[in-house]
Design a protein around this ligand. Structure first.
Ligand code: PBG
Ligand code: ZN
Length: 334
């Protein structure tokens, strides 16, 4: 049927009809709020994050009271990022699997005080003195242009499993490995099951790209690598077929939820994993996406509606869950 019989604008003629036929909607339970918790901070002394307007590093107690308010507005889940005392960092990231570490203590408290689904980020980079996501081997710099350190894959797996287990011991509902080592989902699944945590879920960062959109996060979490970059373990932004291979392996190894990161510059990857796999899909609206839109709004180049529009695009692409620093804003709008 053609115009004038068919008129697309009939479906857009007033707000009620537009509401009725809207294909994509954001719900509070779609949102996962990332929160930074820093060891050694006094209560009441949250630290502003210079690269992320309106986001803070919190003490455990302050973080708990903040997310309780969000829970009352409908939030169902948070993901915790820990920042340990600087002098505790070492070359194997020991504070990451300390049963008394900042994340472990935070998880316990969150489970005691809230009904939120608690997700923990499993990685070493905030906890190693070199800032890499795994165990490293320094190499002799024979010709200066070559890479001077290697991030060891298999050696790192045991450490990641220790981190995940310590989070499960503390009460985490979901562990989320973000390191991009090969085989970590299988290793973590095996370790959790052996210790009676067969119901702890794994949300795997299946397609995590070596992205410059993480720049504000690295200042927030003090996790910038002291030398080199993450290109030997995170994915090349030019690749999409590779994302399918990564996801296939994670599914095979026992992942429960597949995560794509970043989100906005990778909507095609979100759609592709959504179309190719029958698992829940999560997308990480990363720090750079947050700060870019905040900067636009604060400078007057953009308006606030850009937030909802960009989050909707992520959901429309096929994400069931969105990790976003905009969660508090969205909860107020819904
Ligand atoms: C590291 C990690 C990163 C983020 C979460 N975990 C950054 C990185 O790879 O350097 C980025 C999150 C964000 O930018 O919001 N495992
Ligand atoms: Zn890392």
């Amino acid at each position: 049927m053609n115009f004038p019989t068919t008129r697309m604008r009939r479906l857009r003629q007033n707000p009620q009809i537009r509401d009725m036929v809207r294909e994509t909607k954001l719900n509070p339970e779609d949102l996962i709020y990332p929160i930074f918790i820093k060891e050694g901070l006094k209560n009441g002394e949250k630290e502003a994050i210079a690269t992320m307007p309106d986001e803070y590093r919190y003490s455990i107690d302050d973080a708990v009271s903040y997310v309780k308010k969000l829970e009352n507005k409908g939030l169902t889940s948070i993901i915790i990022f820990g920042i340990p005392l600087n002098h505790k960092k070492d070359n194997i990231g020991s504070p990451a699997f300390d049963e008394d570490g900042i994340v472990q203590k935070a998880i316990k408290k969150m489970k005691e005080e809230t009904n939120l689904v608690i997700i923990s980020d499993v990685c070493l980079c905030q906890y190693t003195d070199h800032g890499h996501c795994g165990i490293i081997k320094e190499m002799d710099n024979i010709n200066d242009s070559s890479e001077s350190l290697e991030v060891l894959n298999d050696e790192t797996l045991d450490y990641l499993a220790k981190v995940a287990l310590s989070h499960a011991n503390a009460g985490a509902d979901i562990v989320a490995p973000s390191d991009m080592m090969d085989g970590r989902v299988a290793t973590i699944r095996k370790t959790l099951d052996k210790n009676g945590y067969e119901n702890v879920l794994i949300m795997s960062y299946s397609a995590k790209y070596a992205s410059t959109f993480y720049t504000p996060f690295r200042e927030a979490a003090c996790s910038t690598p002291s030398s080199g970059d993450r290109k030997s373990y995170q994915m090349d932004p030019a690749n999409s077929i590779e994302a399918i291979r990564e996801a296939e392996l994670d599914v095979f190894e026992g992942a429960d939820i597949l995560l794509i990161k970043p989100a906005l510059a990778y909507l095609d990857i979100i759609k592709s994993l959504h179309d190719n796999f029958n698992l829940p899909i999560a997308a990480y609206n990363v720090s750079g996406e947050y700060s870019m839109i905040k900067a636009g709004i604060n400078s007057g180049y953009l308006v606030e509606e850009a937030i909802m529009e960009s989050l909707l695009s992520i959901k429309r692409s096929g994400a069931n869950l969105i990790l976003t620093h905009f969660a508090p804003y969205v909860l107020d709008k819904l």
